[in-house]
Design a protein around this ligand. Structure first.
Ligand code: NAI
Ligand code: MG
Length: 500
């Protein structure tokens, strides 16, 4: 890579989105869709046109998968450490683009730049650096067998991986899929979400300076026209997906026809339990973070069912209300803004329908917080005021279903066994937290909470090196760790050599 070829950061997301318009990345080239078609992307805060994304269909999938298949052979011949070094180098180059990528993602998703979008861009780079260091961990085993024989296992790549990503944290979720897939020696075809194609495409364009042509490819397009043919393609040997339960099931069924493995990271309705001995202020801060109010609650890990001991309940609600009330909703690109928009009209309507449903529940009280932006320019934007429901019946739909918006249900409890049963009474099992200063309660709850990710007295997001993923309808498989790379992107070959 000569320095003159290095792409310079462009911190004007409007011109950048125009530059990226109408393009997929296939075989190292930015190319138009086979049909020449595009679809419009708008800034969710003003509905101004941001750009036109390439409209991917089966013909584009065929091209991208063919490119990946042919590039994979040479990519897999490189030593694992060499592949890792290149992937880590992508992370370092991406870090120089953190501000640029933050602005671009704020523009297409409406997530606030300071609190969300720029943060995603830095975490993204870190995921590449983390996985880049794990090349030499693709180890096999020798097993004592028979003195004349040597048995070894090898970790071999699967081949071509299809990665389908959603729009809420598109670049980061892509990174946790493609970085390990590449280090393990696979080639990848990524399909971005129809709401957020440009951030993902820009990341791929930046990576393209470092990695060999064709070993990763990126398509934009809609689920049925572009995602489905990718999953169905006979040369795709693995699909890794993050998104809704409904789409996850469809992908699982299609993959079953081909008998290929899938990783599914799906929804959640994660409980947060605040015991009477909890540090109240920390728990309130934890609820603000856990609910991802700065991201309009658009998180699969959102702590959207908050159980607070009756002794603390009223004060907790007051303090939580005051914290969220103080947050500024506004232009996602403004550094002052804490909370941006919902991603799309469709998601906004979905969130509002749950809020309406909640208002009609008997006994439920809706506390609406913050103020809609007053700027005329933002009047059509997809802004929604965050809501806390109290007194909601535990079986009401807004209390059981994933809303994927800034809506938290706070329940009052008095008995530990009862609250544990209520927390576990969900079809989901992604994350759970408990807030207590009692070590015994903490230990007991961590064992008994039914979730893939349980935390005590904190509410961290996905962390590199720690396995992340749910049980029950929250999905299949883990991401973000070494274990995830080995399980998702390699198969174990057993070799026996007979030296008799
Ligand atoms: P979705 O699951 O339909 O979309 C996610 C990705 O899957 C997108 O790239 C989409 O194009 C693709 N897709 C859709 N249909 C497909 C198909 N038949 N074959 C292959 N790929 C397909 O989710 P959507 O519609 O954006 O959001 C609906 C709900 O899903 C949200 O309200 C939220 O509850 C949940 N969701 C959960 C996410 C998570 O992080 N676990 C992320 C996004 C949405
Ligand atoms: Mg959908």
């Amino acid at each position: 890579m000569s320095s003159s070829n290095i792409i310079q950061p462009n911190t004007d997301p409007w011109t950048l989105a125009k530059e990226l318009s109408g393009k997929h990345l296939i075989d190292g080239e930015m190319v138009a869709a086979a049909s020449g078609k595009t679809f419009e992307i708008r800034f969710p805060a003003t509905l101004e046109t941001v750009g036109e994304a390439a409209y991917g269909e089966a013909a584009d999938v065929d091209k991208a998968v063919a490119a990946a298949k042919s590039a994979q052979t040479d990519w897999a011949k490189k030593s694992a450490r060499e592949r890792g070094k290149l992937v880590a180098e992508c992370g370092r180059v991406l870090q120089n683009h953190a501000d640029e990528l933050g602005r671009l993602i704020a523009l297409e998703t409406g997530k606030a730049l300071r609190t969300e979008s720029r943060v995603e861009a830095s975490v993204l780079a870190d995921a590449f650096v983390f996985y880049g260091g794990l090349g030499s961990e693709l180890k096999g085993e020798t097993v004592p067998f028979n003195p004349q024989m040597l048995t070894v296992t090898l970790r071999e790549p699967i081949g071509v991986v299809g990665a389908i990503v959603p729009w809420n944290v598109p670049m980061m979720l892509m990174a946790y899929k493609i970085a390990p897939a590449l280090v393990a020696g696979n080639a990848v075809v990524v399909k971005s979400a129809e709401e957020a194609p440009f951030g993902v495409l820009r990341v791929c364009q930046i990576m393209n300076q470092v990695l060999p042509e064709g070993c990763f490819n990126m398509l934009s397009g809609f689920g049925p026209e572009c995602g489905q043919p990718l999953v169905e393609h006979p040369d795709v040997g693995k699909v890794t997906f993050t998104g809704s339960v409904e789409t996850g099931k469809l992908i699982y069924k299609t993959a079953a026809e081909k008998l290929i493995p899938v990783t599914l990271e799906l929804g959640g309705k994660s409980p947060m339990i605040v015991m009477d001995d909890a540090d109240l202020d920390r728990a309130v801060d934890g609820a603000v973070i856990g609910m991802r109010f700065t991201r309009q609650g658009q998180s699969c890990t959102a702590s959207s069912r908050i159980f607070v001991h009756e002794k603390l309940h009223d004060t907790f609600v007051e303090k939580l209300e005051a914290k969220v009330e103080a947050m500024k909703m506004g232009d996602p690109l403004d550094e002052e803004t804490d909370i941006g928009t919902i991603v799309s009209q469709q998601q906004k309507e979905r969130v509002e329908s749950y809020i309406e449903m909640g208002r009609k529940e008997s006994g439920a009280k809706a506390i609406e917080m913050g103020e809609l932006p007053s700027d005329e320019k933002l009047s059509k934007g997809y802004f929604v005021r965050p809501v806390i429901f109290t007194g909601m019946g535990i079986d009401a739909r807004p209390a059981r279903e994933e809303i994927f918006g800034p809506v938290a249900c706070v329940f009052k409890f008095s008995d530990y066994e009862e609250v544990l049963a209520a927390a576990n009474d969900s079809e989901y099992g992604l994350a759970a937290t408990i807030w207590t200063t009692n070590l015994k309660t903490a230990l007991d709850a961590t064992h008994r909470l039914e979730a893939g990710f349980v935390q005590v007295n904190q509410n961290l997001v996905v962390q590199p090196a720690l396995s992340y993923g749910g049980i029950k309808k929250s999905g299949i498989g883990k991401e973000a760790s070494l274990e995830a790379m080995l399980a998702n992107f390699t198969h174990k070959k057993t070799i026996i050599m007979n030296m008799a």
